[in-house]
Design a protein around this ligand. Structure first.
Ligand SMILES: [Zn+2]
Length: 313
């Protein structure tokens, strides 16, 4: 059986996987991301890691379908990355660059959130479905949309940027993007912590969160699970905003399944039941509702999706 490489390029490490064509991962490893000198060593380091692995396994070019790679920034339809702050890249064509370094092996490039969504659709929480929207709740709010087994990246590479959809026109504070009222501002891990501080400041209701020096999303989830009413109201508000965002996705592309990942998703059905309840209010036009499931691949979603991307070619 032929093999392929799935590569998830992050700002500090590059995760790599050697896969069989059927989706079985044979080996996983990591190398550091060298961002010095505008990231000029990144592609050659990756190429070396791929070639070393091929030599170690006795594989040659004919044994390899190709390599897929997820990039932490927007990728234009022509394959160029115009700016990637985390890597120091400006006007780089990583697909062509890596393919040249690998002696002409096919290389596919995608945005990391989209690629991770493809991984979840293929072998994770969305397995068995062709149309999946995967949302990641971490420091920010990432989203990738897969329709009929293919990544939807859009004409400018911003399709699925659900984190910066405006859900609250009345917001006064600015989001990192410069706009106000973005979904990410309320429904990311950072957003949940922010809402908790707001709820605490707006009332003198007793809450275990009042005793904490620094509040995290996990603190809010733990407190709510233990019966803290204020923490519970924070999660209700956050999931209400997220449900509104998911309803936009439904009414535009109508996925079969939503997959929710990232650190916050460890709260499981306790959190997702709130999300499902609010979601149902916003999508009265559809009699059946998409399933909202927890992501299952964790940090490996990126390498799975990258491998799938090149196998899909
Ligand atoms: Zn924003």
């Amino acid at each position: 059986m032929k093999k392929c490489f799935g590569i998830d390029l992050g700002g500090t490490t590059v995760k790599m996987g050697l896969f069989e064509e059927n989706g079985v991962v044979l080996e996983k490893w990591e190398i550091p991301t060298r961002t010095e000198e505008n990231g000029k060593y990144i592609l050659s380091d990756i190429a070396k890691a791929v070639l070393d692995k091929m030599a170690e396994k006795g594989l040659n070019g004919e044994d390899i379908v190709g390599a897929g790679i997820g990039i932490p920034g927007p990728v234009m339809p022509d394959g160029y990355v115009s700016a990637c702050v985390n890597l120091g890249w400006r006007n780089v064509n990583p697909g062509k660059g890596l393919s040249d370094l690998l002696g002409g092996i096919s290389v596919c490039v995608g945005n990391d959130a989209n690629v991770a969504a493809l991984g979840e659709q293929w072998q994770g929480g969305g397995k068995g479905h062709d149309s999946v929207a995967a949302v990641t709740l971490g420091t920010g709010l990432g989203c990738g949309i897969i329709l009929d087994g293919k990544i939807v990246s859009g004409s400018r590479g911003v399709a699925g940027e659900l984190g910066h959809v405006t859900v609250n026109r009345d917001e006064t504070e600015k989001c990192n993007c410069g706009n106000r009222g973005c979904l990410e501002f309320y429904a990311s891990a950072t957003g949940i912590a922010r809402l908790a501080k707001r709820h605490l400041a707006a009332s003198d209701e007793a809450s275990v969160l009042r005793g904490l020096e620094k509040i995290t999303a996990k603190d809010v989830v733990d407190a709510a699970k233990a019966g803290d009413a204020l923490a519970d109201s924070v999660l209700e508000e956050s999931m209400n905003w997220l449900a509104q965002g998911l309803s936009f996705v439904t009414l535009v592309v109508d996925p079969e399944v939503f997959v929710v990942g990232g650190g916050v998703s460890k709260a499981g059905d306790f959190l997702l039941d709130k999300l499902r309840r609010h979601y149902n209010h916003y999508t009265v036009m559809t009699a059946t509702k998409p399933e909202i499931r927890v992501a299952t691949l964790g940090n490996d979603a990126g390498i799975y999706g990258a491998a799938r991307m090149v196998l899909n070619m």
